[in-house]
Design a protein around this ligand. Structure first.
Ligand code: NAD
Length: 261
């Protein structure tokens, strides 16, 4: 059973919501953490091994009450410890954003069998099983009105020829979100998903400097890729009190790509 970590009266006295964002030290996660803090929420900035970056973000975030938490999302014991630490520090959890993720380049005709297996295992353990495990832990610190938002990818719908494990992990994340939207509705918890295409971050840095970069930008009639802040805005909506009716949806955030081919 899901029980609030603190009585509602205590929660109401604290300002803002308690938000845990994974992979928050850089890229999209950093933009998400910043958007919540700017709106007056208290953020647990999760990182795996970037204490410096996470500490710098902690110092820069507007507002008060933010904390830094650390865990390898692929390690179930670390995930549970981290969720408990975040909930303890923030006084429960109102929002979980499963943003941490990895992409491995592992084309089927080019990599060894060992490399193939390693890419599949690490990708699924992080992007899908890690998110599922953290969600299990987080809902035990949530009460009615809480929100879970998963950061998926366009690859879930359209495939990733050089990163099939990534595409499969994100398709799984979509299915996890839809399943938990049904399972948690009676608890008053909504679960939403955003599925961006290319976003300007470290993950896409090399692609966006490669000879293919013009073609990548041309996928959208806007002639560019997304900025992390544009993904954060959709996450903020799915985490808002008004988003209950959006539970189970997957927002395809792709700058009008694919509409004219
Ligand atoms: P990024 O590489 O800058 O950020 C990923 C974050 O996840 C990093 O902070 C990294 O440390 C963390 N992470 C990875 N493995 C982890 C692990 N085992 N334990 C803990 N943390 C771990 O890339 P990004 O673009 O900011 O990606 C954020 C999310 O957005 C990812 O889930 C990614 O799949 C998704 N996404 C990105 C794009 C894009 O074009 N950049 C498009 C669609 C979806």
């Amino acid at each position: 059973p899901i029980s609030p970590a603190l009585p509602p009266a205590t929660l109401r006295r604290m300002s803002g919501r308690a938000v845990l964002v994974t992979g928050a030290s850089r890229g999209i996660g950093r933009a998400i953490a910043t958007a919540f803090a700017t709106g007056g929420d208290r953020v647990a900035i999760h990182h795996r091994g970037s204490a410096d970056l996470a500490g710098r973000l902690l110092a820069e975030l507007p507002g008060e009450g933010h904390v830094v938490v650390q865990a390898d999302i692929a390690d179930p014991a670390q995930v549970r410890r981290m969720a408990d630490e975040a909930a303890e520090a923030l006084g429960g959890l109102d929002v979980l954003v499963n943003n941490a993720g990895v992409f491995f380049h592992h084309p089927i005709t080019e990599v060894s069998y060992e490399e193939w297996q390693a890419a599949w295992r690490e990708t699924l353990d992080t992007n899908l099983v890690g998110a599922a495990n953290l969600t299990w832990c987080a809902v035990r610190h949530m009460s009615r009105g809480a929100r879970i938002v998963n950061v998926s990818s366009r690859g879930a719908f359209r495939g990733e020829p050089d990163g099939p494990a990534y595409a499969a992990s994100k398709a799984g994340l979509n299915a996890l979100g839809q399943s938990l939207a049904i399972a948690l509705a009676s608890q008053g918890i909504a679960v939403g998903t955003v599925a961006p295409g290319y976003v300007e971050t470290d993950m896409t840095n090399e692609h966006l400097k490669s000879p293919r970069s013009d073609a990548i930008r041309a996928q959208s009639p806007f002639g560019r890729v997304a900025r992390p802040e544009e993904i954060a805005a959709a996450v903020l909506y799915l985490a808002s009190p008004e988003s209950e009716w959006a539970s189970g949806t997957i927002i395809d955030l792709n700058g009008a790509s694919y509409l004219r081919s």
